[in-house]
Design a protein around this ligand. Structure first.
Ligand code: HDL
Ligand code: ZN
Length: 425
């Protein structure tokens, strides 16, 4: 309760750092975008040291420090790949990059050696873990209560698990991911057709209505907290292509009817180096007037927005000031590095107060949430403290209760309210 006496006296400047640090540590966050999977989606979930080391961020870094040709690397087994990455990035070099240091932080969290010459101990530890208990423990170590998944209804591995009935889990929320429909219609319209939807290659005739029916059917199955799509830096809206038409006539109306946001993650330059596979994507500055037209055109829709280019961040803040149905979230992918997180978060605080969602982990491997959220707390603490110090210098002190309320908005209730999460339960 905000009125507890202990929370009421205003904080002296020297007490701000510890108060902020304690409130960040005490609050379990909601991780609003991950590639993790709930236990009932079993085999899809990645965890353990071999998956941590073969994360595509580390594969990209391997190829800069080891002469192995990518096509030869891809022929190695998962263990051989992990051994090579460990030797190259952790033994032959100090793991000073964000992604390599993260693996060291995970090993330390479990009391495992971070400077071993091989992976024997780490493999033995992770192999000995019970998967479901491990998930609960990892979430606790990370300080998150829930993770929002990325669920693809056209993924040949994942779709059958949902169609057979996947038990929901209170620590995971589903998201209906739309990339195959919106970005790769040419390759996937026939999959929809094979599932009984009368669609065609140009999305004419009944196609829009049938996509809408597909979304409604999968929403009933998954109960998504939002729908999501990643978009290229060249994304335009409106335009005379299939994507804009399906967005406007199927996806946006479906989200409005379901009362859930649409998450737009804009600025990817896909596969600039296909030889690196998942690590082959890059970044491009997008034209955010497309976002402006969506916010203006659909005032009753809500849009979660993350942009990949550092150069787009300030204008996203400006757009968020113009349109309350835009919710900036996270420092996505190539931005999730302390030097850039600090810049983005400070400008968001300066322009939006606490009306945004500072971070998501984007974790692909379970234990990554441990280091990604540790880093977020470590980076955000001084930034929030500075904001309160400036406020105090300018004549307004804050109470512990206000710090707690701000941290709760930033890492829980902004998302809960925007996604209508609590109002639906
Ligand atoms: O499209 C996305 O959700 C991105 O996050 C990609 O999955 C990307 O490969 C990634 O893992 N970024 O962190
Ligand atoms: Zn992602």
């Amino acid at each position: 309760m905000l009125t507890e006496p202990a929370l009421l006296p205003s904080l002296a400047p020297q007490d701000l750092p510890s108060a902020v640090e304690e409130e960040l540590a005490a609050l379990p966050f909601i991780d609003v975008h991950t590639h993790l999977f709930m236990p009932s989606l079993g085999g899809l979930g990645l965890w353990g040291i071999d998956e941590l080391l073969t994360y595509h961020y580390l594969e990209a870094e391997l190829f800069r420090s080891n002469p192995i040709a990518p096509d030869r690397y891809w022929k190695l087994s998962k263990r051989e790949q992990a051994d090579l990455i460990w030797k190259t990035l952790f033994v032959e070099n100090a793991p000073v990059s964000e992604a390599t240091r993260g693996v060291a932080a995970v090993l330390k969290a479990f009391g495992l050696p971070t400077d071993a010459s091989d992976l024997r101990d780490a493999r033995a530890f992770f192999t000995a873990q019970d998967p479901e208990q491990h998930i609960r423990r990892v979430f606790e170590l990370a300080g998150i209560s829930e993770a929002v998944m990325t669920n693809d209804p056209l993924d040949p591995q994942e779709a059958p698990l949902w169609e057979r009935g996947a038990n929901p889990d209170p620590q995971f929320h589903a998201v209906l991911r739309l990339d195959r429909i919106l970005n790769k219609w040419q390759e996937h319209w026939s999959v929809l057709q094979s599932k009984g939807y009368s669609v065609d290659a140009d999305a004419t005739g009944n196609s829009v209505a049938e996509v809408r029916r597909f979304l409604t059917s999968w929403s009933a199955r998954m109960k998504p907290v939002y729908m999501a799509v990643s978009l290229p830096d060249t994304f335009q809206f409106p335009d005379d292509g299939v994507r804009a038409r399906l967005l406007a006539e199927a996806v946006v109306p479906a989200c409005r009817e379901l009362g859930i946001p649409l998450s737009l993650m804009i600025g990817v330059r896909y596969q600039v180096n296909p030889a690196l596979r998942l690590a082959g994507d890059a970044v491009g500055k997008a034209d955010l007037r497309a976002l402006e037209r969506l916010a203006v055109g659909y005032p009753d829709n809500r849009f979660l927005v993350s942009v990949l280019s550092r150069e787009n961040q300030h204008e996203l803040c400006v757009y968020a000031r113009k349109f309350r149905n835009l919710m900036p979230f996270g420092c996505w992918w190539f931005l999730n590095n302390p030097s850039i997180v600090e810049e983005i978060t400070r400008e968001r605080l300066e322009m939006l107060g606490v009306s945004f969602i500072p971070q998501h982990s984007d974790a692909r491997v379970l234990e990554q949430v441990i280091y990604k959220w540790r880093n977020t707390r470590r980076t955000l603490g001084p930034i929030l403290t500075r904001a309160y110090q400036l406020l105090t210098e300018d004549g307004r002190r804050v109470t512990r209760a206000e710090v707690r309320s701000d941290v709760t908005r930033l890492f829980r209730s902004n998302f809960e309210r925007f996604a209508g999460l609590r109002s639906r339960s």
